[in-house]
Design a protein around this ligand. Sequence first.
Ligand SMILES: *Cc1c(COP(=O)(O)O)cnc(C)c1O
Length: 400
Amino acid sequence: MSEKETYIDEAEKYLFHVYNRFPVVFERGEGVRLYDTDGKEYLDFGSGIGVMALGYGDEEYRQILKDQIDRILHTSNLFYHPPLKAAAKAMVKVSGMDKVFFTNSGAEAVEGALKTAKKYAYLRDGVSGHEIIAMGHSFHGRTVGSLSVTGSEHYREPFLPLMEGVRFAEFNNIDSVKEQLTDRTCAIILEPVQGEGGLYPAKESFLKEIRRICDERDILLIFDEIQCGMGRTGSMFAFQKFGVRPDILTCAKAMGAGVPVGAFLVTDRVAEASLVPGDHGTTYGGNPLVCAAVAGTVDIMEKRNIVGRVAERTPYFERILDSFVERYGFVTARRGMGFMQGLVLTIPVGDVIRRALDHGLVLLSAGSDVLRMLPPLVTTEADMDEMAKRLGRVFDEFEK
Ligand SMILES: *Cc1c(COP(=O)(O)O)cnc(C)c1O
């Protein structure tokens, strides 16, 4: 057995086998490249599932975290600390929302969003028992609450019964949403660009009509931008492109560029008539380390115009991906927005990802038929050319 195989064998003795990991042991990263314990180099078009927005080892970002570690790591939410204000102010500024609550993950942000919507309706109506409308093929996380609004039977089935009162509508089909409305509906939750569900962007008309329905009936609109937010689509949040503002916004993944942090943000109207002290909390959420990372990430993104660059480089990225659709019969379509793209394949996606790793390219899947790419937001045209070269070699092997 190689050193790597021995390592994996021994690690698996202790790990609860809940992931099928690829047999790669990543040791360090630099820019958009990863290096494994054999010293092999990989171009990373997955960025740790959309997290490593600034790539690996950014000097300025690293210094911000090191400085914070030297000062204070954790205080709990019983107190204030300097990076808390900086991170809150940064998130409110870039989102155009009014208030923020920091969480430790995406799923936890969704949980907070759902509780906020329920409490809002409870205060308004004086009774509980409200319903939530979610979309088919949505993904909102793996905790019981977030799984309850996730539109995938495969993920849900073993854990039934989940949270009551969730109805599913079809994404981009306004009539199907109307069919699920009742006088107990308190919220509609959706991803402006569906990630895990297959890289489907919402139609602007769909979002606008949902916004109108929500306004008319005092239903809260929750946008889950955990994957599509923080610059990934070429604007800070995808909803800003569509010109439809939610009442509650969830965010995570790229938000701290590598540290475990999420958030849900609300408008003043929601903040003033929903959760109050005692209703919700978290021990770690928004601690000094992650807040320093969030404030630093936003600052770096703005100073270097990283989101603007994503928008500028998107047409080049799309042209490369479209060329694969033209060149290979088993690549049937491209879908997505900005640096959140998918290629629809008729060959097994898992096999493509494994072969790509052999060729030094890290890719993701979305379901069983979409090859998903979420490159770091600092990825350049030259990196895209290199990706095209490596993926071309992989696809050539499948053509034989
Ligand atoms: C990843 C993701 C989540 C869950 O986030 P975790 O940090 O894994 O809990 C929720 N919603 C969307 C849209 C996601 O992409």
